[in-house]
Design a protein. Structure first.
Length: 681
């Protein structure tokens, strides 16, 4: 049946044949022995087409189909695509609650329990239930939904994208289930939405937070930067140009305030182009006025307002106003979002027009744009978006998505006291920060696991230990000793104490003093080794010259590259504190070594080992890599503003050794790379 359905689709659509990823998901969903199965579908990967072919195959085998979606408009689109009945998850759960309340609550018992609707009673072992965008359902709804569907014997197939917008309710259980499952979640691997294959590949990189994807958008002039007012104006101007050229175009913004301003400007421009005749007006939900010819969007469901025989007014439907009456009511014509092919005209009474309707369907917030596909899309950012919002915004336009990135201060009084005022950010830096801002919600279970996770804790624990050691060394050296180092530093090179990395250099010299050596002599020897005039940060260069091994001139500490506790500090009043910090790092390192023991990270079979080792299941590997990337990014940012440049290179070595899982690997890597890393410039 599946093969026949695939051949039928390919014959009817020779220019849009199913790809291997779509066929794999269809076959997996149809033939899997699991009662509940999920698949990830990146934006534009053709999930709707795949579900339509799956529906055809299931129908031909004699089964029934039911579609479920998180919103009414999404349910309408799903139903139109697969040609089967679709309802919202909330409607099914509401009917279940009503049924169970009357059946179990003696205060509500009226003799006869309220029956479930016929379409719910027909769910049985022959029913395939397709749950669209299941990741937007939160934690509680899927549990109750799956309890009911599995009791009825239905086959449940969930498809969505865990890298797009999360649920509004408490969320995170879906990610926990994905990590805990023994079977890998199927995924649609080929994006078919975009006209450019390069953009398709870049969208998948964005989905995985790969900042290299920004290169494609920069090379193809998709990123525009400037003052916030200028970027909003440019976004609107290019959107109007596309709109007047007849393209299906969309403009997105992060907040309702920006969208409202864009709507007001667009309506004023439309009225001007049409000669200034407004006519009768009605007031919409956001306080703006609308008249004949304006496009509006409903923001609530209202089954009492019918749209033909099989549909009704749903949240997210778009309309064009055809008449406005004196009492404030309107008549509007529905667009292609509506399921029905019959009457597409609806009358909105005055009591429903204002609370239900908002202006424009092509100027909206990013959070309301998921599921929309247009020819072009223009995104006005604020710089505070999450990675999920950015990925949704950048995957709407088939022929191009353009982002307008504010890099200048917004002009309010507080902005002059912010970090961007001191260290102005480029457009790339703003977008890198957006990609690093994870908006996914975590369950309490995940938060507890992360709080105890040695992979997440060891970086911070090591930083705390090293900083405490340096402070203790300076304290033991005393004010006179520290002043002697500062004086010597200024003698060696004027203004050396003003260098960003000088605090690190001074702590290093203090540790040298604790080992019995003269820090001033060591500093003078390092300064005389080579010239410093071409160094970006002389203090960072001198710190590296003092000890290129990274051991900071002391015995090995809790990790091979971390300096140990000098003997003179063992009797210091803070020695107990330092030893406790050292034990924390040592214990975390032992946990990681025990966890990775037996895994050959450097061998040819590394990928196979990772895939079969329980601790390194797909979700946990991705989570670990995200933490490593975040650590390296943090190091780079610190290098730029406050600390040494060579810490970044050392942190890469540290990560490699940490993953290697044993101290002897340090010697092996040094043997394979006998030349030390060149010092910072």
């Amino acid at each position: 049946m599946v093969a026949d359905a695939v051949r039928k689709h390919d014959a009817a659509n020779p220019d849009r044949r199913l790809n291997a990823g779509q066929i794999g998901v269809i076959e997996g969903f149809a033939t899997s022995g699991l009662q509940v199965q999920t698949a990830n579908a990146p934006a534009g990967s053709g999930k709707t087409t795949a579900m339509r072919v799956l529906t055809d195959a299931w129908h031909h085998s004699g089964g029934k189909i039911l579609g479920l979606a998180p919103t009414a408009s999404a349910a309408a689109v799903l139903g139109q695509s697969i040609g089967a009945r679709t309802e919202t998850v909330d409607k099914l759960l509401h009917d279940l609650n009503q049924h169970l309340s009357y059946a179990t609550d003696p205060m509500l018992d009226r003799g006869t329990p309220r029956l479930l609707p016929e379409w719910a009673l027909r769910i049985d072992r022959d029913t395939l239930v397709i749950v669209d965008e299941h990741v937007k359902l939160g934690n509680r709804k899927p549990l109750r939904l799956l309890e009911f569907l599995t009791e009825r014997g239905a086959t449940v197939r969930c498809i969505g994208d865990d890298h797009q917008l999360p649920a509004i309710e408490a969320d995170g259980a879906e990610a926990d289930a994905s990590v805990a499952t023994s079977d890998q979640t199927m995924i649609l691997t080929q994006v078919v939405r975009f006209a450019s294959m390069g953009e398709a590949a870049a969208s998948l990189q964005l989905r995985e937070s790969d900042t290299a994807a920004l290169g494609w958008y920069l090379d193809n002039a998709r990123v525009h930067a400037g003052h916030q007012g200028a970027t909003h104006d440019e976004a609107y101007t290019t959107w109007v140009t596309d709109h007047l050229a007849g393209r299906d175009t969309l403009i997105l913004a992060a907040t309702h305030e920006v969208v409202t301003a864009l709507n007001a400007r667009a309506r004023a421009d439309r009225i001007t182009r049409n000669g200034g005749d407004i006519g009768a007006e009605c007031v919409l939900a956001d306080g703006l006025a609308a008249s004949v010819g304006d496009t509006i969007r409903t923001r609530r469901n209202n089954p009492r307002l019918r749209l033909g025989d099989h549909d009704w007014v749903r949240n997210g439907y778009s309309w064009t106003i055809t008449d406005v009456y004196n009492d404030g009511s309107i008549t509007a014509h529905a667009t292609a979002l509506a399921m029905t092919k019959q009457a597409k005209v609806c009358a909105f009474p005055p009591t429903t027009c204002a609370p239900m309707c908002a202006p424009a369907t092509r100027r909206r917030t990013i959070d309301s744009a998921q599921g929309i596909t247009t020819d072009t899309c223009h995104v006005a950012l604020t710089g505070a978006e999450t990675r999920q919002q950015f990925c949704v915004a950048m995957t709407r336009g088939k022929h191009g998505t353009y982002v307008y990135d504010p890099t200048a201060l917004d002009g309010n009084e507080a902005s002059f006291w912010s970090e961007p005022a001191v260290f102005p950010r480029t457009a790339v830096e703003v977008l890198v920060r957006v990609l690093g801002r994870d908006g996914a919600r975590k369950s309490a279970h995940t938060q507890l696991r992360d709080a105890l996770d040695p992979y997440a804790r060891i970086g911070r624990a090591l930083d705390v230990y090293l900083d405490a050691l340096g402070v203790a060394a300076e304290h033991a050296l005393g004010p006179d000793g520290v002043h002697r180092i500062d004086t010597a530093a200024e003698t060696v090179r004027p203004h050396l104490t003003d260098s960003p990395a000088y605090p690190v250099l001074r702590q290093h010299l203090a540790v040298i003093a604790m080992t019995g050596r003269d820090p001033v002599t060591a500093l003078e020897s390092a300064a005389a080794a080579r010239e410093l005039d071409t160094a970006d940060d002389p203090a960072a260069v001198l710190d590296w010259r003092l000890d290129p091994t990274g051991m900071h001139t002391s015995n090995p500490g809790p990790l091979p590259w971390a300096r140990g506790l000098p003997a003179t500090l063992h009797t210091d009043p803070v020695a107990e504190h330092l030893q406790a910090r050292q034990r924390v790092v040592t214990d975390l390192a032992h946990q990681i070594r025990d966890d990775t023991r037996g895994v050959d990270f450097g061998g040819d079979e590394a990928r196979t080992e990772l895939s079969i080792t329980p601790r390194y299941r797909r979700g946990q590997r991705r989570q670990l890599q995200t933490r490593i990337d975040a650590l390296l990014t943090e190091r780079i940012n610190r290098d730029r503003h406050h600390t040494t440049a060579h810490d970044s290179a050392r942190s890469a070595h540290r990560t490699a050794i940490l993953l290697a899982g044993a101290e002897h690997e340090w010697d092996q890597i040094l043997a394979n790379h006998p030349k030390p890393l060149s010092g910072p410039r």
